[in-house]
Design a protein around this ligand. Structure first.
Ligand code: BMA
Length: 296
């Protein structure tokens, strides 16, 4: 999808959260950047997850004056998790405050009506997703606080989804010349597998020509998700196609969501390409786990 698919003038569409609805429809919650530069979220639905997208004619979730000043400069980069205990979808998204990005949480049953919890992680913080069920009685949220000059992935726990604590560092950015030096963050929500939580994360390499956003893999313990079991040394996905290397922000692949095919193995990864369009790539979860066995 690109801006040309929208019902009203926008600048770009990228970084979409994704989920499968009960009837098998793929729902994307797309980050839509308007022509002021501020973002809102819009739902797009497709029977096959590939084409014939039906895009909401109006913004689906937009910066809400009841949540000013936290959402004053827009809302971005949603990650969707279906929570069976609540029978609701959790949407963790970036609220762009005057003092930088924070993490907000909302719940919905239908992607028409939303219950907003407001900011749950104060600025600067982003790249968050809720785990689908409690761990030892507590909810768990992966997020990425900014602690310059290096930023890492953290996980925090909550008894009630409002009060968060027991903060643990989950994955540290590497140093020096590495592709994932200094700045990393969760990309889509973790994938629960019998071997552990499979995490696709982004690493940001700073170069003289700008940043390069690439994706790597790591595996975390199912019962203690702050414990990293394996981490790949090499990236597995990087800007390569023209629409990934050229756009509003060159050299960015940035997935915020996926769906899993009925075979339980094929991952449909929806990602923002160069902050300009939404693209789809597919892969095998089994192959990713095997790759981690060989490359961590
Ligand atoms: C990150 C996020 C993403 C964006 C990326 C590249 O920090 O803000 O929304 O896609 O930068 O611009």
């Amino acid at each position: 999808m690109t801006a040309a698919d929208w019902h009203y003038p926008i600048n770009s569409v990228f970084n979409a959260g994704a989920t499968l609805l009960p009837d098998g429809t793929t729902l994307l919650l797309c980050r839509v950047e308007d022509r002021r530069g501020l973002s809102h979220l819009s739902a797009a639905r497709s029977a096959n997850g590939v084409d014939n997208w039906k895009i909401d004619s109006q913004p689906t979730l937009f910066p809400d004056p009841d949540h000013y000043p936290e959402e004053l400069w827009g809302i971005e980069d949603p990650r969707i998790t279906f929570v069976p205990e609540l029978k609701k979808y959790a949407v963790a998204y970036t609220a762009y405050t005057r003092d930088g990005p924070g993490v907000s949480l909302a719940f919905t049953e239908d992607f028409h009506h939303f219950e907003r919890y407001g900011i749950i992680m104060s600025p600067e913080d982003k790249d968050a997703a809720l785990l689908p069920h409690r761990i030892d009685g507590n909810w768990a949220l992966i997020h990425r606080p900014v602690s310059a000059p290096r930023v890492h992935m953290w996980i925090s726990y909550s008894p009630d989804l409002h009060h968060w604590g027991n903060h643990r560092m989950m994955l540290e950015s590497r140093l020096g010349a590495w592709w994932d030096a200094n700045k990393i963050g969760l990309s889509p929500p973790p994938i629960e597998t019998p071997q552990g939580w499979l995490v696709i994360y982004h690493g940001v390499r700073q170069t003289a020509a700008g940043s390069i956003y690439r994706l790597g893999l790591a595996l975390f313990d199912l019962n203690s998700p702050d414990q990293c079991i394996k981490r790949g040394d090499e990236w597995v996905f990087a800007p390569q196609e023209q629409y990934e290397v050229r756009g509003d922000v060159d050299n960015v692949v940035f997935p915020c969501g996926y769906t899993i095919a009925p075979n339980g193995d094929t991952l449909n990864l929806y990602y923002g390409a160069a902050d300009t369009s939404i693209a789809l790539a597919t892969g095998s979860i089994r192959e990713m786990l095997e790759w981690l066995d060989e490359h961590s």
